[in-house]
Design a protein around this ligand. Structure first.
Ligand code: 5RP
Length: 239
């Protein structure tokens, strides 16, 4: 984690509250990626050692390695048609559960796992709850072939939403691009504010070359917020 001890503590608080609130014996659980999710997986490992029986599906190779290290039993995503629950972090989230994800470059597997789940719970520290979302650059996962052309198409898509020449960047730069677990690149869109996430989200994936976008709308059911003072709050979004 970072050197920010109160924020790290708030992430741990959110993860532990999620475990206490949602986990039951026999559950299949999607395990998110990012520092908040890693804290959750480590806490889950303690519960498993105490006798909790669950099976996890991981959203990144890093989460897989941590889950193995702490003894959380895992299954392959292709072994299940539906998971009971996914618990995952977010880069930003609003009170309606609209999220920006992909800061850790894991958004594709995260979205697949979340879609496979009956229920999705976001675990965040208090800094992640914002209105509107958009200060965090929106990640778009693209195939390497023609990434520069895909970036131009993305800029054109954004124009009618009020973004005049938005800053789009290949994460890592063209000489050393970040490569995802699926072998793709990430283009970060610096938008500052996203006022119409619901309208924008379904459009990105229509561009050839875009694999998935980091806007998660209509996915989150509940938000668990960990606060710097050690308290926590749950916001019900749906259901
Ligand atoms: C990874 C993600 C993470 O959930 C997101 O980046 C939040 O990470 P952290 O818990 O470290 O703040 O989407 O792709």
């Amino acid at each position: 984690m970072s050197n920010n001890a109160p924020q790290d503590e708030a992430k741990i608080v959110a993860g532990r509250r999620a475990i206490d609130t949602y986990l039951e014996n026999g559950m299949s659980i999607g395990l998110g990626s990012g520092t908040t999710s890693y804290a959750f997986v480590r806490a889950l490992g303690e519960k498993v050692r105490d006798g909790l029986e669950v099976q996890g599906v991981t959203t990144s190779t890093i989460t897989r390695d941590i889950a193995r290290e702490v003894g959380v039993p895992l299954m392959d995503i292709n072994e299940v048609t539906q998971l009971d629950l996914t618990v995952d972090g977010a880069d930003e989230i609003d009170r309606a559960g609209r999220m920006i994800k992909g800061g850790g470059a894991c958004l594709l597997w995260e979205k697949i796992v979340a879609y496979t789940s009956r229920r999705m719970v976001a675990i965040v520290d208090e800094t992640k709850l914002v209105d509107p979302i958009g200060a965090f650059p929106l990640p778009i996962e693209v195939i390497p072939y023609g990434w520069r052309n895909t970036m131009h198409q993305l800029a054109a898509l954004l124009t009618p939403f009020g973004y005049d020449k938005p800053r789009l960047e290949l994460r890592g730069g063209s000489s050393d691009p970040v490569v995802t677990d699926s072998g793709h690149y990430i283009i970060d869109c610096h938008l500052e504010k996203i006022m119409d996430a619901d309208g924008m989200a379904p459009l990105f994936n229509q561009i050839p070359g875009v694999v998935e976008n980091g806007l998660f709308v209509g996915i989150c059911d509940e938000i668990v917020i960990g606060r710097f003072d050690g308290s926590s709050e749950i916001i019900k979004v749906r259901g």
